[in-house]
Design a protein around this ligand. Structure first.
Ligand code: FUL
Length: 699
C-alpha cells in the first residue's frame, strides 16, 4: 500500500522525537490521496463564470453568439483575484469554455474565441491574465472546460472528442500548475452546432470516454483534482445551493451503476459509508441567483448572513465550498458582491480569532500509548496543525475530552477535524457544557472528516466535554476548538400582505428598524419603520435593526417583491373538472402549492392583471422536489384586450434541472399589457408542465 505523505511525515516525526511507544492507528476504510488532501486543505475557493453570456444576459448561451459580443470594458484580473482573496477564498476556477463553446483563451483549435473579439483587439487572453493574477496573489488556479459544446459542429461525434482533448492539452500545458479541472455533467441537448440548430443526444456514460480524458490530466497535471458528479477526485454535492448533507461522508459507493459524470444526484448530498472510494463533496453555489452576471440581480446578492449560513453548511460539513463570483460587463466583480463577501470574511475572522480551547486544561479519557506519549496527546487538537492528532488505544472507540476553561467563557461554535490520512473514523459525536453542576448537551452530530463546524446558541460555561459516541475504530482527531461569533442583532423579518403593504419586525422590541427602497444600504440615516410601507407595485426593501441603546447595526435583511397579485385572475386554464386544485395556485404567493397540467403537451396560461402594466420582467417558479413538471422552454406574450397577442420573449430556462430556482426573464424594452400569457412549451423529461408561481416586475 502506498501511504499518503502526511501519514509518513507523522511517522517520521514520532521516530525523530524518540517517543515511539506505540505505532499510529491503522488506517480505516477508503483513504484520500495526496492530491485530495491538498484539495481538502483549500476548503473554500472561487468560481468565476464569465463568457458571452455576461453580455447577452443568459445563463446558457446557444452557441451561435458572435465573438464580437465579448467585450469587457475594464477587465481587471487582479480585482477579481483580490476580491476572492479578501473573501478568504484560497483558489479560483475560471470558465475557460462554458456550454456556448466560446473560448476565453486564443485556442489554436477554433476561431470561436477571444481572438476574434474586439476585446484588446483580439490579442487578449482571459485565462492567462487570471492565471497570472492568481499566481501573484498566491491563489491556487483551476479551470472549467465544458464538455457540452453548443457551438462545435462535431459535437456528438467522435471528432469532437479529439477537439476537446486538444483544447484540454493546450490548457494543461500553457497556464502553469492547476489545482483542479472541473468537468460539468450538464447537457441540454439542443444547440447551434455549426449551424445545424438541432438536438443532439449523447450517452453520458460512453460518449466522452472519460477514463482516457482523465488520463491526460493525470499525465500533465498529476496534482490537479478532477471534479464531476462522481469524481474521480471530488464529487458534486447534488444541488447548487451550497448546502451539504447534515451527514456528509467523504466516501462514496462507486460500484453503483449511476456513478459516472452526469449520472444523477442520488446519494451525493450525504455520501455513502463505508463506501468504496474517498470522494468528498464540493458545494458549488453562486453569490447571486444565476451563475453569470445579470444587472437585474444586483439587488439579489447573498447577504453576509446567507454566505455564513452556506459556509457553516458546506465547509462546516466536511465539504469544500466553491463560491461563484461572476464578473460584470466591465470585467470586474460588482461592488455589491465585494461588499457582501468582505463582511462575510470579517465576521469569520472575528469568530475564529480566539480559540477558547487554547488556554484550557485538557483531560482525555485515554491517550494512545499512555499519557506520556506526546505523539498522540490531546494537546495535538489545539496546535492548529492538521497533520498532528490525538489518538486513543486500539479498541478505545468512544473517548472523551474535557476542557477546563479556567473560569466562565462564552462560545457558540465548535470546530472539529479528523486526521484524514487515516480515513474517516468518527461516526457520531456530542459536545456538552457544564451547567448547574451537571453536563448538558450543546450539540451532537455525525460525520466529521475534513471539518465539522457546529453553530448553536451561545453558552456560558467553565467546562466543555467532547464525546465520541460512535466509531468503528479508535478516532484520530486533528483539531478541536471553541469559538464565539460576534453578537449582532438578527435581521428583521420582512412580510407583505395581499394588499401589498410591507411590515418590518425586529427580533427584539428595543431595536429600531430602518429601511431603504432604492436598493441602497440601510444606515442610521435611513427611514425609520413606523407604519406599513405601500408596495403593491413591487420593489426592493433592504432593512436592518439598530440597537435601542448603543445604536449598533444588526444583520441586513433584503427582499424583492413583484407586483401584488391581489387583483389578478387566471383566465386560462379554467378550473373546470378540477376539484382539489384550482389554477389560482399559480398566483397565490405560496411556493409550495402547484398547478399541474394533465398531459405532457404545451400548456397555455392567461392571466388578467386587473390593470394595464408596464412590465420589466416576468418570473416562473418551478415546482420543487424533482424534475417532474419543471418547464424548460417557454414563451411569454402580452395583450391589451386578451385577444391580440404580442410575443415578448421565447427561449429556454437554462440550467433549471440542476438549479430549480425562480426563473426571471427581463425584457430589454418593457412591454405593456393588461393580459399576460405564459406558454410552457416543454417540461423536463417530457413530463406534464407545472407552475408553482408566476410573477411580474413592473418598470
Ligand atoms: C452547471 C452548468 O450548467 C451551469 O451553467 C454552471 O456552470 C454550473 C456550475 O454547472 O451544471
Amino acid at each position: 500500500m502506498c501511504l499518503p505523505r502526511p501519514f509518513l511525515l507523522t511517522l517520521a516525526c514520532v521516530v525523530a522525537s524518540g517517543s515511539f511507544a506505540v505505532p499510529p492507528p491503522a488506517p480505516y476504510g477508503p483513504l484520500p490521496t495526496e492530491r485530495q488532501l491538498q484539495w481538502h486543505a483549500l476548503e473554500a475557493y472561487a468560481f468565476v463564470h464569465f463568457t458571452v453570456n455576461t453580455f447577452t444576459d443568459r445563463e446558457w448561451g446557444l452557441g451561435d453568439e458572435a465573438p464580437a459580443v465579448f467585450n469587457p470594458t475594464a477587465f481587471d484580473a487582479d480585482q477579481i483575484v483580490r476580491t476572492a482573496k479578501e473573501g478568504g477564498l484560497r483558489g479560483l476556477i475560471i470558465t475557460a469554455k462554458h456550454h456556448d463553446g466560446f473560448c476565453l483563451w486564443p485556442s489554436d483549435y477554433t476561431e470561436h474565441s477571444v481572438k476574434n473579439s474586439p476585446w484588446k483587439n483580439g490579442r487578449g487572453d482571459v485565462v492567462r491574465e487570471m492565471a497570472e493574477a492568481c499566481r501573484r496573489a498566491g491563489l491556487a488556479f483551476g479551470l472549467y472546460l465544458s464538455p457540452w459544446d453548443r457551438h462545435h459542429r462535431d459535437y456528438g461525434r467522435p471528432e469532437y472528442l479529439t477537439y476537446y482533448r486538444n483544447q484540454l492539452r493546450e490548457l494543461l500545458t500553457n497556464y502553469g500548475p492547476l489545482f483542479t479541472v472541473w468537468f460539468d455533467g450538464a447537457n441540454g441537448g439542443d444547440g447551434y452546432y455549426g449551424g445545424a440548430n438541432e438536438k443532439r443526444s449523447i450517452d453520458n456514460r460512453s460518449y466522452y470516454d472519460w477514463p482516457n480524458t482523465w488520463a491526460i490530466v493525470r499525465e500533465l497535471q498529476p496534482l490537479a483534482s478532477m471534479f464531476s458528479d462522481a469524481g474521480p477526485d471530488f464529487r458534486w454535492v447534488g444541488n447548487e445551493n451550497g448546502i451539504a448533507g447534515e451527514t456528509c461522508w467523504a466516501t462514496l459507493d462507486m460500484t453503483k451503476p449511476m456513478r459516472y459524470p452526469g449520472g444523477g444526484s442520488a446519494g451525493l448530498n450525504a455520501g455513502e459509508r463505508p463506501g468504496t472510494q474517498w470522494l468528498p463533496a464540493e458545494c458549488d453555489v453562486s453569490i447571486r441567483p444565476g451563475w453569470f452576471y445579470h444587472a437585474g440581480e444586483d439587488a439579489a446578492v447573498k447577504t453576509p448572513a446567507q454566505l455564513l449560513e452556506i459556509y457553516y453548511k458546506s465547509v462546516g460539513r466536511g465539504a469544500d465550498l466553491n463560491l461563484n463570483l461572476p464578473p460584470d460587463r466591465r470585467g470586474v466583480i460588482h461592488a455589491n458582491d465585494v461588499k457582501s463577501l468582505r463582511e462575510f470574511r470579517r465576521r469569520l475572522d472575528l469568530t475564529f480569532a480566539t480559540n477558547l480551547a487554547a488556554g484550557a486544561k485538557l483531560t482525555a479519557s485515554n491517550t494512545r500509548g499512555g499519557s506520556a506519549d506526546q505523539a498522540f496527546s490531546a494537546d495535538r487538537v489545539r496546535d492548529g496543525n492538521r497533520d498532528t492528532y490525538w489518538a486513543t488505544d486500539d479498541g478505545v472507540t468512544t473517548p472523551e475530552l474535557v476542557l477546563d476553561l479556567g473560569g466562565l467563557k462564552t462560545f457558540n461554535v465548535v470546530d472539529l477535524r479528523e486526521y484524514l490520512p487515516l480515513g474517516q473514523r468518527i461516526e457520531a459525536f456530542a459536545v456538552d457544557a457544564w451547567r448547574d453542576g451537571q453536563w448538558e448537551e450543546f450539540a451532537s452530530g455525525t460525520s466529521v472528516g475534513n471539518r465539522r463546524l457546529v453553530r448553536g446558541a451561545r453558552v456560558t460555561t467553565a467546562k466543555v466535554r467532547l464525546r465520541i459516541t460512535q466509531a468503528p475504530v479508535a478516532p484520530a482527531i486533528a483539531e478541536f476548538g471553541l469559538y464565539a461569533e460576534p453578537v449582532l442583532l438578527d435581521a428583521p423579518t420582512i412580510t407583505r400582505n395581499r394588499q401589498g403593504a410591507v411590515s418590518l419586525q425586529a427580533s427584539t422590541a428595543a431595536a429600531r428598524v430602518r429601511y431603504t427602497t432604492d436598493r441602497s444600504e440601510p444606515t442610521e440615516m435611513s427611514s425609520l419603520f413606523i407604519a406599513p410601507i405601500p408596495l403593491a407595485q413591487g420593489g426592493t426593501i433592504r432593512a436592518r435593526a439598530f440597537d435601542g441603546e448603543d445604536g449598533q447595526p444588526g444583520e441586513l435583511a433584503a427582499q424583492s417583491f413583484s407586483v401584488s397579485k391581489a387583483r389578478w385572475k387566471v383566465v386560462a386554464p379554467s378550473a373546470a373538472g378540477r376539484v382539489k386544485e384550482t389554477p389560482r395556485l399559480m398566483i397565490d404567493d405560496a411556493p409550495a402549492s402547484v398547478w399541474r397540467a394533465e398531459r405532457a403537451e404545451p400548456m397555455v396560461v392567461v392571466l388578467d392583471l386587473g390593470e394595464s402594466l408596464t412590465i420589466g420582467a416576468v418570473s416562473y417558479l418551478p415546482p420543487s422536489g424533482g424534475a417532474r413538471g419543471v418547464v424548460d422552454r417557454y414563451e411569454w406574450a402580452t395583450s391589451a384586450d386578451g385577444k391580440t397577442w404580442t410575443t415578448a420573449d421565447t427561449g429556454e430556462f437554462a440550467n433549471i434541472r440542476a438549479n430549480p430556482i425562480e426563473q426571471t426573464v427581463a425584457f430589454a424594452t418593457p412591454v405593456t399589457g393588461r393580459y399576460l400569457r405564459f406558454t410552457a412549451l416543454h417540461a423536463l423529461d417530457d413530463s406534464p408542465p407545472a407552475v408553482a408561481e408566476l410573477s411580474v416586475t413592473a418598470r
